[in-house]
Each structure stands twice: as C-alpha cells, then as structure tokens.
Design a protein around this ligand. Structure first.
Ligand SMILES: *[C@@H]1O[C@H](CO)[C@@H](O)[C@H](O)[C@H]1NC(C)=O
Ligand SMILES: *[C@@H]1O[C@H](CO)[C@@H](O)[C@H](O)[C@H]1NC(C)=O
Ligand SMILES: *[C@@H]1O[C@H](CO)[C@@H](O)[C@H](O)[C@H]1NC(C)=O
Ligand SMILES: *[C@@H]1O[C@H](CO)[C@@H](O)[C@H](O)[C@H]1NC(C)=O
Ligand SMILES: *[C@@H]1O[C@H](CO)[C@@H](O)[C@H](O)[C@H]1NC(C)=O
Length: 421
C-alpha cells in the first residue's frame, strides 16, 4: 500500500457514528411503539356512549380481546424491530462472521475488527478501499474465550494467558486478533552467542513456566513428550545431539547424504513439528537456514528454539503456511505430518507443502510412523500423486518405543519435487 496511511481518529469517529445511528433507530422505534399504543387507547375510549348494561359488558369483552390482540401485535413488532436493530448494528460494525452485537463482547475486540476506510479512497496499486483486520472465522465458535482473551487494559501488562491464546489457536481461531497490552516479558539471561548457542544448555530462567506442569528443562527431559521429542531438551547427555549425524537404523538418513542429493542448492528449509529445533541446529552448522514450526504444547518449545539462536514459527498445521510459492529448497517432517481426521485434511496440508517447495527441492519424510498398513498405503498413494522423484525410500520396522515387544512400521523418504509445466 506504500504511501497510503491510516488515521486512527477516523476509525473512532466511525464507531461513534454507528452508536449514534443505532440510538436514532432506538428512538424511532420507541415513537412507533408509543403511537401504536395511543391508537389503541383512542379505539378504546372514543366509542359512542351506550347505556345498555349487558351490551356494555358484551362490548367490553370484545374490546378486551381486541386490546390483547393489539398488545401481542405490538410485542411482535418490538421483537422484529430488535432483530432488525441487531442486524443493522452488525452491518454497521462490518462483521458478519463474528456477532459483535451479542452481549459481553469485549470492546477491544470491536475496535480491532472495525473496518478502516482508506483516507484517500481506493488505493490504485492494491485496489482496496478499506482495511479489514485479519482474524480466523472459527473464532466465532469460541466467542466467550475470545472475549476473555480481548479483555485487558490498554497499554497495561497483558493477563498471564498464553495458554488461552494457544487454546484458541487449537480451536481454529487463527490468526488471533492483535492486542494493545504488553506481553509479559521474561529477562533472557545467559544467552550464548551463535553458533555455540546451538548446543549449550538453555537456562531455566529464560522461560516463564506458569501454565506448564514442569518448572525446568530437567523435568521435561524425564517425560515422553511425543514422537518428535523424547528427552529433546537435553542437548548434552541424551540422544538429541546424535540425531541427523549418526544413524540408529536404516530409517535414519544423515544430513550430509541428504544435502548431497540436493547438489548444493539447499539453502533454506522448513521443518514441521521440529521438537526442540535440533534439525534446524544441525542444518545451521551447514549454513542452511531452517524455520521450525511448533506450538507450545506441554513444553516451551518456542522459547527453547529461540534461545538456541534458531527461528521458531508459532503456527498450527491447520493454518496456510505464510510463505510464498516455490520458496523453500527443503521441507523436513516426521510423524508431525500425521494430522488425523479425513484424508482430505492431509491432502490440503500436502498441497500446501508442495506449494512452498521449489521445483527440484527436497521433501524429507523422516521416520513417519505408520500406525497400520492402510496408513502406509494411503500416504504412498498420496505421495505418488504428486509425481515426486524417489531419491530414497525406506520402509523399516523398529521396536515399539513403549517397549511392548511389538514392532512399529516407519517410512522414511527423500523426494524431489518435479518441474510442472
Ligand atoms: C367497545 O367498542 C364498541 C365498538 O366496537 C363500542 O360501541 C363500545 O362502547 C365499546 N365499549 C366500551 C366499554 O368501551
Ligand atoms: C510468570 O508470569 C506470572 C504471571 O504473569 C508472574 O506472576 C510470574 O512472576 C512470572 N514468573 C517469572 C519467573 O517471571
Ligand atoms: C534447571 O533446573 C534444574 C532443577 O532445579 C537444575 O538441576 C538444572 O541444572 C537447571 N538447568 C539450567 C540449565 O539452568
Ligand atoms: C552429563 O553427564 C556428565 C557425566 O555423566 C555430568 O557431569 C554432567 O553434569 C551431565 N550434564 C547434564 C547437562 O546433565
Ligand atoms: C559456513 O559459512 C562460513 C562463513 O561463510 C564458512 O566459513 C563455513 O565453512 C561454512 N560451513 C559450511 C559447512 O559450509
């Protein structure tokens, strides 16, 4: 939009106009109700005099039913006017998918979602006339939680509610609305310079542990946090520092051999469900920049990855990746790709990954856990539809991580995206 600027004051004025307008409608409605009542009163009192008592009683009966009919008519009129009013307010606020006219909606949410007319009219380069705030349409389903999230004091510290934010994201309310409060800051003590930061233990104090059951990294390492993170915060004594440089089995490919397959053209990559960022760390040592996609589910992955000097992307896999087409040389993922649900869900994810990977780029599927044979076949069929060249393809079995004696099937592959015309 370049030269186009926004006047905040303009927006506020618009909001006030909206309120004024709805008060005008209110007054109009009140007047109409009053007149209808006056008419009813007139009909009741202005009848010619009749002195026959039984007649009178008869008429009174009739008149009472007439009046009650009138009253119910008025009530219906009021109800429909109220509906019309809510609809008008909705239109004035300019938001259809989120009902801002319902009670208990935080005022900050209304302000954030307000449309802003461009002060100079239509912008010739972008073709837009107003700016609309970006917020996930599924936020409507969690309106109460969203309102709680947007209830804060402007320019004061935000409530300690990062877990509310993540809960909203996991319910599809993504992107979240912006806020005008100061996020709780944590002094980042003992950060190491790059590249020694990649493997130095991260200080417990770099994280505010409120909202986590663990209160330090030692505790996290004693827990099984998922397939991508078993002791993954232990950078010194565990198996984390062996990953990608030392194979535990034929399903493990080494970074050097995969980079060799890319014949020197691998410079930037994207890692999905990257745990504590070790893939990105190993790649950084090869001068390859990798962005690690992660949420903070049960552990402060984002803080840890950042403390290592790496790039954490706080985004759910349901969100369209915020990258342009054909930009990455490499996409790396393991069982994080298993999004569950209908096959179309994985379809949409795979097409989006394909979109951001450049032709000739590598898709590294790393130890994808196949819960059953059908899962393996479905994934294989899906991959084959994309027409990637199979540079490596290994289906292997490993002893069950839980130690039950059963073996589990894993698929590892390095695939090259074709040039499509
Ligand atoms: C009821 O209305 C009739 C006309 O419909 C009128 O003649 C009569 O006087 C009214 N009765 C009373 C009690 O107002
Ligand atoms: C973490 O956040 C909570 C709530 O905002 C705050 O009370 C607490 O002091 C913070 N802890 C640290 C170590 O900063
Ligand atoms: C983190 O806290 C645990 C438990 O208090 C402690 O054993 C460990 O040394 C700490 N680690 C770092 C890097 O501060
Ligand atoms: C790793 O193990 C060594 C020797 O067993 C021990 O001295 C050291 O404190 C351990 N480091 C961490 C971070 O646990
Ligand atoms: C990474 O880049 C630095 C600086 O350009 C260079 O000295 C180093 O050899 C490179 N490392 C690798 C593995 O290419």
């Amino acid at each position: 939009m370049g030269s186009v600027s926004l006047k905040i004051g303009d927006g506020t004025a618009r909001f006030r106009r909206a309120t004024l307008c709805s008060s005008a409608v209110n007054i109009l409605m009140l007047l109409s109700v009053l007149t209808t009542n006056l008419f009813a009163l007139y009909a009741f009192t202005s009848s010619p005099k009749d002195h026959h008592a039984h007649h009178l009683l008869h008429h009174a009966h009739k008149n009472i039913s007439l009046i009650s009919e009138q009253v119910s008519l008025i009530l219906r009129e009021i109800e429909s006017s109220q509906k019309k009013l809510a609809q008008m307010e909705k239109e004035l606020l300019g938001y259809e998918s989120i009902d801002l006219s319902r009670p208990n909606i935080a005022n900050e949410l209304k302000l954030f979602l307000q449309h802003h007319q461009l002060p100079l009219g239509k912008d010739s380069r972008s073709g837009i006339t107003e700016m609309v705030a970006s917020v996930g349409h599924s936020c409507e389903k969690s309106a109460d939680l969203l309102s709680q999230y947007m209830s804060y004091k402007v320019t004061e510290p935000c409530p300690d509610d990062w877990s509310v934010a993540q809960k909203l994201i996991l319910r599809g309310c993504e992107p979240l609305p912006r806020r005008r409060c100061f996020a709780k800051s944590v002094p980042k003590v003992g950060l190491n310079p790059f590249p020694s930061s990649l493997w130095k233990p991260v200080d417990n104090k770099t994280v505010n542990w409120s909202g986590f059951s663990c209160k330090n990294f030692q505790c996290l390492n004693s827990k099984k946090l998922g397939r991508e993170c078993a002791g993954c915060f232990d950078l010194v004594n565990g198996s984390e520092n062996q990953r990608f440089v030392k194979a535990r089995g034929k399903n493990d490919f080494l970074i050097d051999e995969v980079l060799a397959l890319g014949s020197g053209g691998i410079r930037i990559g994207f890692d999905i469900g990257g745990g504590s960022g070790t893939f990105a760390a190993r790649m950084a040592e090869k001068n390859v920049t990798v962005i690690t996609n992660t949420l903070n589910i049960d552990a402060p992955y984002s803080e840890f990855i950042a403390a290592r000097g790496l790039f954490p992307l706080f985004l759910s896999l349901d969100h369209r990746f915020p990258f342009y087409d054909n930009v990455f040389d490499l996409v790396h993922t393991g069982s994080g790709l298993d999004v569950g649900g209908k096959p179309e869900k994985l379809d949409f994810l795979m097409f989006d990954l394909d979109r951001i990977l450049r032709p000739g780029g590598l898709f590294w599927l790393d130890n994808f856990y196949c819960a059953n044979d059908e899962k393996k076949r479905a994934l294989t069929r899906l991959i084959e539809r994309f027409g990637y060249k199979k540079l490596k393809w290994v289906v292997g079995e490993k002893a069950d991580a839980a130690g039950s004696g059963k073996s589990e099937v894993y698929l590892s592959a390095v695939l090259q995206k074709p040039v499509r015309m």
